[in-house]
Design a protein. Structure first.
Length: 596
């Protein structure tokens, strides 16, 4: 049993793990880089430890520093979150060797599923279908051409050490093989320091469907349905949902059983995900992710199970406390990743300082975030600010709720992909549940629609720093109206209120609460008018004393802010005025823009 968990991560996932630690009565320790001193995960933790400079290699990937932090803070277990060291078998070994518990799978299970051809061999041995192709790496282009003939073009050349689409080359004819093979090898060597390649038949329009599993150390494992993550751009998932609109309960049970067989076969423990391609009613195992995933939330919402709590309880040595037949889905959940990226400029990162910030709330809305108002998002890490998850009794309700929540999400100061999500969620292909991995590339209208939905302030603020209109809400006879005031109005806030003790001396016969761009003489203080030295129609010079207002037994001279003709005097001797009250107005206020 452990009482203190060190979370070897940052951002929303560090917070998400620590929230569950709190609920389980565990102390949580944050680690942070020099770029993250002000980060929310540090503020949330019971204890926090600096592990190095901003660069991930020197901090969140620094195995020694993290283990030192665990020792120094009395942590007995480490949760890796996702990314960083989450799938690093050497890290697991170092943690275990230090006498600490790794909240995740054993290093051996990670390694057995780490190589893609090895994973295909494990799947094949466990009777889990894989995409037609080879189980051992290929050696040269001639072999690839033989395989092209055997499986039929198009084929995919993939990196054994790959994942996330890097090193993937699609080949549509034998003539393309030489070049694709060479390019894939170069890319694999650079990206994974492993130039080994293998070949599969290429599926043209699949969905990405992944199965969530949980396994304990006693050989028990269950499947928690699937997530459909087909809405991706350049292998970055944008929207995930549970269940997949494409699966039947029979296929779900079949894929779940296949995933459980494979997890058990490799001695898997903890939460894990098996990725599949799904096309034309058939599923094909692709690879296994041996970590908690970003999109685990949608499974939690539909199955009512806290997957991080499950990881922790399994790491504590608990036997799985429910059986496959107890796993029942309820309703539908969708996740939109809220990235600080500009969808209109190739999704380039748009990190910076957040201004006003307000998260949507209400029934069926969950926000897993790692930011707050006025927080500067460091540029050293990824651009995921938050995950917005909605649950509904069915898919349509989850979509409607997501559209409502996206519209309510207010993030100022940084550009986010919220407008792109709004475009995707109203797209007929998405609403029909028909999106495949080609959804975004095949529908460029998503980008034009996202541009339309981008708030003008976000798009134009950087182009030309024109002053923004000031927006007010006015209430007229009990009904509300939005009003925008353009241009550089005066500071005039005509709130002169009539003195209750002297109703005969009403300062403002027509009371208004709207700040309008009027050209006026304003009282800077609250007090009583004791002298009026100007009259209607009078020409005045800048600095000329026009009124005397008595406040706290002191007489204050109110002077003309600029030269001009006074059109109206709005107070008289004896009038009580508020600070900001209009005492007189100049002529032609709309045209007179000088002297401000
Ligand atoms: C494929 C495929 C079609 N056929 N393999 C891309 C990332 C890597 N994890 C697997 N990928 C693919 N492998 C065969 N044999 C299509 C993709 C693919 C893809 C997969 C999942 C999600 C989005 C994708 C986008 C483009 C291509």
């Amino acid at each position: 049993m452990f009482r203190t968990v060190l979370v070897a991560n940052r951002g929303e996932i560090a917070l998400r793990v620590m929230r569950t630690c709190r609920e389980l009565g565990l102390r949580c320790v944050a680690v942070y880089s020099e770029a993250d001193r002000d980060a929310p995960h540090v503020a949330y933790a019971d204890d926090a430890f600096l592990i190095g400079p901003p660069s991930p290699a020197e901090s969140y990937l620094n195995i020694d520093a993290i283990i030192r932090a665990a020792k120094a803070t009395g942590a007995e277990a480490i949760h890796p979150g996702y990314g960083f060291l989450a799938e690093n078998a050497s890290f697991v070994r170092a943690v275990t060797a230090a006498g600490l518990i790794f909240i995740g799978p054993p290093a051996e299970a990670m390694e057995r599923m780490g190589g893609k051809t090895a994973a295909r061999r494990e799947a094949t041995a466990a009777g889990v279908p894989v995409v037609p192709g080879v189980l051992e790496p290929v050696t040269d282009a001639a072999e690839v051409r033989r395989l092209g003939k055997e499986f039929g073009y198009p084929i995919a050349i993939k990196a054994v050490g790959g994942g996330g689409g890097r090193g993937l080359r699609v080949v549509r004819s034998p003539e393309e093989v030489d070049e694709a093979f060479a390019a894939a090898r170069r890319e694999a060597e650079v990206a994974f320091k492993n130039g080994e390649l293998y070949v599969e038949k290429y599926l043209d329009d699949p969905r990405h469907i992944e199965i969530q599993v949980l396994a304990d150390r006693y050989g028990n494992a269950v499947a928690l349905g699937e997530r459909d993550c087909s809405v991706q751009r350049r292998h970055q998932k944008l929207i995930e949902e549970c269940p997949s609109p494409a699966l039947t309960p029979e296929l779900r049970a079949e894929m779940g059983a296949a995933a459980v067989r494979l997890a058990k076969a490799v001695g898997y423990i903890s939460a894990g995900t098996l990725e599949f391609l799904y096309q034309d009613g058939r599923y094909y195992f692709l690879e296994m992710n041996t970590r908690i995933q970003v999109e685990h939330t949608v499974t939690e919402m539909v199955y009512g199970i806290d997957l991080v709590a499950a990881q922790i309880r399994i790491a504590q040595g608990e036997k799985l406390w429910f059986k496959q037949e107890d796993v029942v889905p309820r309703g539908h959940a969708i996740e939109c990743r809220i990235n600080a990226e500009d969808p209109l400029h190739n999704f380039r990162p748009a990190l910076g300082t957040i201004g006003e910030y307000r998260e949507p709330v209400g029934f069926g809305v969950r926000v897993d975030s790692g930011v707050h108002a006025y927080y500067t998002v460091p540029s050293h890490y990824d651009s995921l600010l938050a995950k917005l998850i909605t649950w509904g009794s069915d898919r349509q309700e989850a979509i409607a709720r997501m559209r409502r929540a996206l519209a309510e999400y207010r993030i100022e100061g940084v550009t986010t992909i919220i407008p792109f999500h709004q475009a995707a969620l109203e797209h007929p292909v998405f609403t029909a549940g028909a999106a495949t991995v080609n959804f975004i590339p095949r529908h460029p209208e998503l980008f034009s629609r996202a541009a339309e939905l981008t708030p003008p302030t976000a798009a134009s603020a950087r182009a030309e720093p024109a002053p923004e209109p000031r927006r007010f809400t006015v209430e007229v006879n009990g009904r509300r109206f939005g009003v925008a005031v353009f241009g550089d109005g005066t500071n005039a806030t005509p709130v002169a209120s009539p003195s209750r003790s002297a109703p005969a001396h009403r300062a403002t016969p027509k009371k208004t609460t709207l700040a309008a761009p009027v050209d006026a003489v304003i009282s800077p203080i609250q007090g009583r008018v004791v002298a009026v030295r100007v009259a209607h129609g009078q020409q005045v010079e800048a600095g000329q004393v026009l009124f005397i207002v008595e406040a706290m037994k002191m007489e204050n001279e109110i002077t003309a802010p600029h030269s001009g003709t006074i059109a109206e005097v709005r107070v008289e001797v004896g009038t009580t005025v508020e600070a900001g009250a209009m005492l007189a107005m100049y002529q032609n206020p709309a045209n007179n823009t000088n002297g401000k």
